[in-house]
Design a protein around this ligand. Structure first.
Ligand code: B12
Length: 255
């Protein structure tokens, strides 16, 4: 510590990094510092502001593939329908590696493909195993790219669908979207008994309960369970088919 500021060693300690890392930030201009008699001196306010910037979640820039999503959407739908897992993985992994958020890949490509497969199955044009195979591919993909962003967590969330609703995939999508938005998430999947869910929230310091609904029969129980969870003082959100992951992220952030 000097009279007018702190030295680089103290700044590195405050930032929780090695001296060399802090030195690199100073050299690159990211961390402001002055040289006084051959030594770096840093303003404590600059160090605190830098620490704040580092700990706050950095939303990914909304990148778009050059040709937009339309063509990719068609390719993804065909690949998922055909069970061509290699193409599905390659397309998704390339996008994610180029900076596109997993939530965007899910919303722009995977959700439309699943909606298409669901309606083709409903119309009798696709057998049920196509739906099962596509679900399994998407499930693996989401697991493989499970987000773990930098920055402080917003709080602890729980995501589940209630007993009778076997659609686990939308719960996995919601869990991934919340993780990508810096929530610590307990993903309990589908077909969860209401009493267990309420008890879980009570015992695990859950700040936000997210109940996914995919079939209309599941809605009354989801609403009733959300009320029970709210009575514990925990916020509860209930989704519905067609509600988006961006809506979920924004509702979750609202206090
Ligand atoms: C895959 C699938 C299955 C798989 C599920 C596998 C799995 N692991 O999830 C299996 C084969 C098990 C299955 C079973 C059945 N299915 Co199904 N299934 C589908 C399919 C193709 C995709 C489901 C999905 O992942 N949806 C997620 C995305 C694609 O859609 P979404 O609903 O908009 O979800 C978003 C929101 O939920 C949001 N979200 C999630 N949580 C939250 C929370 C908040 C707060 C917010 C804001 C947003 C949010 O995130 C999602 C992504 O954006 C749909 C087609 C469809 N239209 O959805 C049919 C569909 C849902 N199934 C249907 C049916 C009928 C069934 C069965 C009854 C079939 C049968 N006779 O056995 C059973 C039901 C079993 C049960 N009791 O639940 C119907 C439902 C019709 C209806 N309105 O009731 C659909 C719509 C197909 C159709 N077109 O007819 N299914």
């Amino acid at each position: 510590m000097t009279a007018s500021g702190i030295d680089l060693n103290s700044a590195a300690d405050q930032l929780g990094v090695h001296y060399q890392t802090a030195y690199k930030w100073v050299r690159s201009g990211a961390l402001p510092a002055q040289q006084v008699q051959g030594r770096y001196v840093l303003d404590p306010d600059d160090v605190a502001a830098f620490a704040e910037r580092r700990s706050s979640p950095s939303p990914r820039p909304p990148r778009r593939p050059r040709g937009g999503y339309e063509q990719l959407r068609r390719q993804m739908t065909t690949a998922l329908t055909d069970g061509d897992e290699r193409t599905v993985r390659r397309r998704a992994t390339d996008l994610i590696a180029s900076g596109v958020a997993l939530t965007t890949v899910t919303h722009e490509l995977l959700v439309p493909a699943l909606l298409h497969i669901g309606s083709e199955w409903h119309a009798g044009r696709l057998p049920i195993w196509v739906e099962h195979r596509a679900s399994a591919i998407v499930q693996r993909l989401l697991g493989e790219h499970d987000p773990n962003p930098r920055g402080r967590r917003r709080g602890t969330a729980m995501v589940a669908a209630l007993s009778g609703d076997h659609h686990g995939l939308p719960t996995a999508m919601a869990a991934a979207a919340l993780r990508e938005d810096n929530w610590n998430v307990h993903h309990l999947g589908a077909d969860m008994p209401a009493d267990e869910l309420v008890r879980f929230c009570e015992q695990h310091g859950v700040h936000l309960a997210v109940l996914t609904v995919t079939i209309p029969e599941a809605r009354p129980l989801a609403n009733e369970t959300a009320e029970r969870i709210e009575e514990l003082g925990t916020r509860a959100l209930v989704g519905q088919p067609g509600s988006t992951l961006a809506e979920l992220q924004s509702m979750a952030r609202d206090r």
